[in-house]
Write a protein that binds this ligand. Structure first.
Ligand SMILES: [Zn+2]
Length: 123
């Protein structure tokens, strides 16, 4: 999914503040520590000459399992990604979300994420 904490404007999308999903720098620290300051992208190493990209508090924080797919807004479902991996992951997430939307038009898609609401507008 897309960073909802306002550090990223990669996709040129308007940033919006969310009431929920506020990630404090304290929480970001925890995530960075957990990842030893390196990007969590699964292909990061491969994409960057065998080295994961270092990340920091201003990096992209991402839901491992998108909220729209039932992911939780909790630390264990968050990861920090370098811009490359984040872009890639966002693309993958969108695919999953649109697949899921095709499968069921039920109302269990979480509208929490403030970004890219176009995907959900038809619901
Ligand atoms: Zn990466």
């Amino acid at each position: 999914m897309v960073d909802i904490w306002g550090n990223n404007n990669l996709l040129g999308l308007q940033k919006q503040k969310s009431k929920r999903g506020t990630l404090y720098s304290f929480d970001k620290d925890k995530i960075l520590q957990r990842q030893k300051g390196l990007c969590a992208g699964k292909d990061c190493k491969k994409e960057h000459n065998g080295k994961r990209v270092p990340i920091n508090i201003r990096s992209n924080f991402d839901h491992v399992k998108p909220l729209a797919l039932g992911g939780k807004d909790i630390l264990s479902n968050l990861q920090a990604l370098c811009p490359n991996c984040h872009q890639f992951k966002t693309r993958e997430d969108r695919k999953m979300i649109s697949l899921r939307k095709k499968k069921s038009s039920s109302n269990n898609i979480n509208l929490h994420s403030p970004v890219n609401l176009d995907v959900f507008k038809s619901l």
